[in-house]
Design a protein around this ligand. Structure first.
Ligand code: IVH
Length: 716
């Protein structure tokens, strides 16, 4: 009898260890939170029933770990960061309520009801009223020091106003979040750069917080909400009052917490937010209930993993069951093949869903999908529908059950045998130059708003240009003449003129945009600008080795290799030559990288964080204006370009040596560059084109190419 149970326990431990590592170390979610929690509960119950099988290394004995980033210092938490007991059932909330009442000898108690924010927990330590350290939860006892990245979160106070009554030393804990708006623009950028999309804001926030470059973190617009204060000096006796203090001291706290005096009020709160949370600007995955009185909290105490005075009620992700009818395969601009499930339409979280992303071959295999299967669909991060499981029991009575789904071996469009690269989950069509969706996709990217911004050309126009006008790549666009497009009787004369004019105008786009428009894998807007500025011209960029490329700030080995691979292709080199012959900008002009002499002979130290440009951009601006950027302050330093949160030690040293501090705005004025970088004038809206030539909006039913295997290294 014990034998099968021992095996079951071992199996669950192995599985949960694996899922833990995937989640905490690699920011991947191979199973839904609900499935993970169910497995964990099952294991906890078995271990409780069989204490003889106790193992201190069981996944139930720890609260998870996100350690493992070699580049972050490990810091021990002064007070362990515990987890919360959680449940998906209202009945268990009732049990929690009754148990709490019993443990408090039926003395009256209130519960503070809060939203459970779906991000990453963070601990901030303040010393002498200044942010000293920001540490991730890690394994609960120690975490990673991510202070540099956290400093870029604008809603986090770097210095506390002494007049607000805060003690000089204290700790706050809360959640780092990526708001939906930042998440959507990040994914739009990644899509344009041909990178896999982030599955949800939590993964995106996690990747950002662990980014090795705080400049990257700054651009991602994270946010943070705080829900716990740890300070010996603070004697305030309720949790809700302590949160009010945090708000006063300058921390962002939730506006949606409330103190409930009864179970009915708790249930009303849960009910309300289960529906209303979809309107919030950030992701939430439940409600947290905390006994409000600190004294009662102390009376209730802790288990080894979580406080007995709190519980999380998790919202169930909306799920629907429907029938899988077929699987089709889409080819993206980079050649990646995305399997898409076609299902009987079903209502889910307010919309009718009939297609869902299956992500990649491994996921199809894992689900053991068959055509005709009854499948469960959920919205991942509430946006992209995905199949999370198969109703296997329904198979035996299913007359429609068909073939097992096998991933295609050849490109569904050009029939080239597909390839999988080592270490990648995606499958690719390697026929970059003969595969229609790849060719059209590259043109689509080339004309897009952030690239060459040719607004009169959209996907439908590209279809026509490709089919009827022999436009196979972006260089061909520059051969188009009005007479080619105006129609036999000149019926499309005006729209043809607009289009040709738009193409001609695009010749003025600066080199960094041209570079971005080429669609080199992993080279997004920021990387393109960095490369353009660092190398100055396409010649120098094409000759650069991977080592030279990584010398440019923020360019990691993945991007460097991708750039080298791109220019190693004869086709691509020829394309660049043709574009050059058409008059496109292939080097940085003075306009894009202003050259001046305002800083000649000056040694400048950069310190702190900035609003208008990154630190690297300031280095470039200093060099471009004849100055020299030096690392440390000495008597030879001319001035310090001082951003926000300049270190106190540096400030002190500058003062003692009498070296002036120059603000960001004054610096920009000094070099005559008060505008923010590379502004792009919006083109006027073109007159409307005939229906077949109109720019098609991306269809919302089209699932985006999304990978569960988001690669945080791409943030490097
Ligand atoms: S209280 C001792 N309050 O949920 C417990 N946690 O599953 C301290 N979370 O690690 C946590 N919103 O990352 C608390 N309003 C909230 C929360 C919250 C989100 C996260 C937090 C914690 C996890 C526990």
């Amino acid at each position: 009898m014990t034998q099968p149970i021992a095996e079951k326990i071992l199996h669950l431990r192995r599985l949960l260890h694996h899922y833990n590592a995937e989640y905490y170390l690699h920011h991947r979610s191979p199973v839904s939170d609900r499935e993970f929690d169910a497995l964990m509960h099952e294991l906890e119950a078995l271990e409780q029933a069989h204490p003889e099988l106790y193992d201190p290394n069981s996944p139930t004995q720890r609260v998870g770990s996100d350690l493992g980033s070699a580049s972050f210092a490990t810091v021990r938490h002064k007070v362990p960061m515990l987890s919360l007991g959680n449940t998906y059932s209202i009945a268990e909330v009732e049990t929690f309520y009754q148990r709490t009442a019993g443990s408090l000898d039926h003395a009256p108690f209130n519960l503070n009801c809060e939203l459970k924010f779906d991000g990453l927990s963070i601990s901030l330590e303040y010393e002498d009223y200044r942010l000293a350290r920001a540490v991730t939860r890690g394994d609960g006892r120690q975490g990673d020091d991510v202070t540099e990245n956290v400093r870029t979160i604008r809603t986090i106070p770097l210095v506390i106003d002494r007049d607000k009554g805060a003690p000089p030393q204290f700790e706050v804990r809360g959640e780092v979040l990526m708001p939906w708006s930042s998440f959507e623009s990040l994914n739009a950028e990644r899509e344009a750069a041909g990178e896999p999309l982030m599955a949800n804001p939590r993964n995106a926030a996690s990747g950002t917080l662990k980014s090795k470059s705080s400049a990257v973190a700054a651009k991602r617009h994270l946010d943070a909400i705080f829900y716990q204060l740890i300070a010996d000096e603070v004697t305030t006796q309720t949790h809700s009052e302590r949160i009010r203090l945090l708000r006063e001291w300058g921390f962002k706290v939730s506006d949606h917490s409330t103190v409930a005096h009864s179970l009915t009020e708790v249930e009303a709160y849960i009910d309300h937010w289960d529906k209303e949370r979809s309107r919030l600007p950030v992701a939430t995955d439940g409600i947290v209930l905390k006994v409000d009185s600190i004294e009662q909290q102390q009376q209730l105490g802790f288990t080894s993993k979580s406080p007995k005075w709190a519980i999380a009620y998790k919202f169930a992700a909306e799920r629907a069951e429907t029938v899988l009818r077929s699987v089709s395969y889409q080819v993206g601009r980079t050649g990646v093949i995305t399997p898409v499930a076609n299902m009987d339409p079903v209502q889910l979280a307010g919309t009718v869903v009939k297609r869902a992303s299956l992500h990649n071959e491994d996921i199809i295999k894992k689900l053991d999908l068959h055509v005709g299967d009854r499948v469960w669909v959920e919205k991942a991060g509430e946006i992209i529908p995905q199949i999370v499981g198969v109703n296997v029991e329904a198979r035996s009575s299913n007359p429609d059950l068909g073939e097992k789904v096998c991933f295609v071996t050849h490109c569904p469009v050009c029939h080239t045998p597909l390839v999988r690269y080592e270490g990648e989950a995606g499958t690719y069509c390697p026929a970059q130059y003969g595969c229609e969706p790849q060719m059209k996709g590259r043109i689509e990217h080339f004309v897009s708003r952030d690239a060459m911004n040719i607004q009169s050309i959209g996907p439908k126009t590209i279809d026509t240009l490709y089919a009827n006008h022999g436009i196979n790549d972006c260089a061909d666009l520059y051969n188009l003449r009005v007479s080619d497009l105006a129609g036999e009787k000149g019926e499309r004369q005006r729209s043809a003129e607009v289009m040709v004019e738009g193409i001609a105008q695009s010749r003025r786009q600066p080199f960094d945009r041209v570079l971005y428009a080429l669609g080199i894998r992993f080279v997004g807007k920021v990387a393109a600008l960095t490369l353009a500025r660092h190398f100055g011209s396409i010649e120098r960029l094409m000759q650069a080795t991977p080592e030279r490329l990584t010398e440019a700030e923020g360019i990691g080995p993945v991007i460097a290799q991708s750039v080298c691979d791109y220019f190693a292709e004869t086709h691509n080199r020829q394309l660049v030559e043709r574009l050059r012959a058409m008059g496109l900008q292939m080097e940085m002009t003075e306009e894009a990288a202003p050259i001046g002499h305002a800083l000649e002979g000056k040694a400048i130290v950069i310190s702190g964080t900035f609003e208008h440009h990154s630190r690297d951009e300031y280095k470039q601006l200093i060099a471009a204006h004849g100055g020299k950027n030096t690392g440390s302050i000495s008597a030879k330093t001319s001035f310090i370009l001082a951003g926000a949160a300049m270190g106190p030690a540096k400030e002190e040293k500058a003062r003692s040596l009498g070296i002036p501090l120059v603000s960001e705005t004054d610096f920009l004025q000094m070099i005559g560059a008060t505008d923010t970088p590379t502004p792009t004038a919006e083109s006027p809206t073109p007159p409307s084109l005939p229906a077949d030539k109109q720019t098609a909006k991306p269809t919302s039913t089209q699932p985006k190419q999304t990978s569960l295997f988001d690669d945080p290294s791409l943030f490097e």
